[in-house]
Design a protein around this ligand. Structure first.
Ligand SMILES: [Zn+2]
Length: 421
């Protein structure tokens, strides 16, 4: 719990730390700067709204000047709160968090921070533990994972959800062939302009979604860079450079060495693969909206892989593996036997949180919630979160593991005829 100053000069307890207001404010700014559907007046109105949010967060006695905010919308100080807001208004432990990049585009860190804070608030509200002044309007317009899943419900739920994981950017013709339920078609949009260059775009070799394209400099000295927005994809190889030439289809060069997984992690590896992506035309393609990509496609890749490898290794063992069983109570379930004698060995909630503090906050808020899984499983590249998650999970009678550690454990348990969780 943290304390926060309020407008009356006192203090108040909040379930989530301060910082959501600032995060929201910069999200509003980021949208104002990069949303091509807005005209100049709407952009200005949105930035003024963000100024209001920052002023409310800072409280009286700390005015946030409009021109100071404008200074933070692009360039070297873009998205930084330093000197703009009182120190306590920055998200705790996140002093270096940048809300916007040099192009005024919401950073992946800020995008995840906002989403994960909202998950904590939602969990707390669900079990009636919400205190403080987070109002309904803070949550309105927020992306809801449940809305995505609800739009896919029906006999082909698994097929549809897997299609959102495997095909986050498709031609209009292929989108039709996927036969997604009509509400789910709304998640697909034109390729966003910040991911295009002279009418072309590139797929990330890990997730197949469009990569962000940045061009710096002018004329002969101009340099282009192309990166997946999901940092781990970029780190494992989805990072390229090119020389922009007017009227020419851009050709990429690898900017970082493509990483190869260790033997232990190879089976579940979902990072970038070697090979330089080719330019694709913007016309005729549609891509998932950023939030659906980030919270359905990205975590879905290691989730589906874990399911496939488990099912393969446990074939003929008399044990069944189910992905997304029973209306999403769990992400994964491992059972032995059939009918009344069926024994549940493992239940898994798969979590890809950027900030483990938020995941701990959510587990804590979920405390009284029924139907929780026995295991929290994180992607292998989040292994550093395991000690903290293990401590928290223990309090709730749960356990935490990376995908590979969980896989090894399940296979060993089944081979030894053990009882699971
Ligand atoms: Zn990617």
């Amino acid at each position: 719990m943290t304390e926060e100053h309020d407008a009356g000069g006192g203090t108040r307890e909040r379930l989530v730390g301060p910082g959501l207001d600032a995060t929201q404010a910069f999200a509003v700014c980021g949208d104002a700067l990069t949303n091509t559907k807005l005209d100049g007046a709407e952009r200005l109105a949105q930035i003024m709204e963000a100024q209001g949010l920052l002023m409310a967060a800072a409280g009286p006695g700390h005015p946030v000047r409009f021109e100071d905010l404008l200074d933070r919308l692009s360039g070297e100080m873009a998205g930084s709160l330093e000197g703009l807001m009182p120190g306590w208004a920055s998200p705790p432990g996140l002093d270096a968090l940048r809300f916007l990049d040099k192009d005024g585009f919401t950073t992946e860190d800020a995008f995840d921070y906002r989403y994960e804070v909202v998950q904590v608030i939602r969990a707390a509200r669900k079990v009636g533990r919400l205190r403080g002044r987070v109002t309904l309007s803070d949550l309105q317009g927020e992306y809801k994972q449940e809305t995505v899943y609800a739009s896919l419900k029906g006999n082909y739920y698994h097929v549809h959800r897997e299609n959102l994981v495997r095909h986050p950017a498709v031609t209009i013709e292929d989108l039709r062939k996927l036969r997604l339920p009509p509400p789910a078609l709304d998640f697909f949009e034109d390729i966003p302009t910040y991911m295009t260059h002279q009418g072309y775009w590139f797929r990330c070799p890990a997730c197949a979604w469009p990569m962000k394209i940045t061009v710096e400099g002018q004329g002969g000295t101009a340099r282009g860079s192309v990166q997946c927005l999901y940092p781990w994809h970029a780190e494992t190889g989805a990072s390229y450079i090119f020389t922009p030439v007017r009227g020419q289809i851009p050709e990429l060069d690898q900017a970082v060495e493509v990483r190869t997984p260790s033997a232990l992690h190879r089976a579940l590896y979902t990072g970038a693969v070697p090979g330089v992506p080719q330019a694709l035309p913007v016309a005729g393609y549609k891509a998932l909206a950023r939030d659906v990509w980030r919270y359905t496609t990205v975590p879905g890749l290691p989730e589906v892989r874990l399911y496939e490898v488990l099912a393969e290794r446990l074939a003929d063992s008399g044990v069944q593996v189910k992905l997304w069983p029973d209306n999403d109570v769990y992400d994964l379930q491992v059972t032995r036997g059939q009918g009344r004698g069926q024994e549940v060995l493992f239940t898994v909630d798969f979590k890809d949180y950027r900030w483990s503090n938020q995941l701990v906050g959510k587990l804590r808020a979920d405390g009284g919630d029924k139907g929780r899984a026995g295991w929290i499983v994180v992607p292998d590249h989040r292994a550093s979160q395991i000690p903290q998650l293990t401590d928290e999970c223990r309090r709730h009678g749960m356990r935490a593991a990376t995908a590979t550690d969980f896989l090894e454990r399940v296979v060993r348990t089944v081979r030894e005829g053990g009882a699971g969780e």
